[in-house]
Design a protein around this ligand. Structure first.
Ligand code: 5GP
Ligand code: ZN
Length: 114
């Protein structure tokens, strides 16, 4: 846990409401500023700043993050599709430096993104 990281605090249950999903490795919670009818963030409970800091030992954890996103999408009724996004670094639009996957759905997504 990184003491000044807002997502570490959410994973530890110190701030925020009840998670959408949580297990020993992953926490999922609603984005505070939703960009779609369904906008959920999935994070590893372990603090990793960005995809650039992920190591070989994090590979299973990152795979678990993707598969959990697919399971939550099913639970949310997103059978006609959804988008998973991992903004990385300043030019990637990352504003919180704890790896997170955006799960966006409930509307038709545009491509390319802005
Ligand atoms: P990024 O821009 O790093 O890809 O995404 C960060 C996301 O975290 C944004 O969509 C933002 O709305 C969300 N966010 C930032 N602070 C909080 C918070 O305290 N609680 C929740 N639930 N979401 C947050
Ligand atoms: Zn963190």
């Amino acid at each position: 846990m990184s003491s000044d990281c807002i997502f570490c605090k959410i994973a530890a249950g110190k701030i925020g409401g009840p998670p959408v999903y949580q297990d020993e490795a992953i926490t999922a919670f609603k984005d505070i500023n939703p960009q779609a009818p369904v906008h959920i963030l999935l994070i590893p409970n372990k603090h990793i700043s960005s995809m650039n800091e992920a190591t070989a030992e994090d590979e299973a954890l990152l795979g678990q993050l993707m598969r959990t996103a697919a399971q939550i999408a099913r639970n949310e009724g997103l059978g006609s599709g959804y988008r998973l996004v991992a903004n990385t670094g300043p030019d990637g639009g990352q504003s919180v430096f704890h790896i997170h996957l955006h799960l966006l759905g409930g509307r038709r997504m545009a491509w390319p993104p802005g």
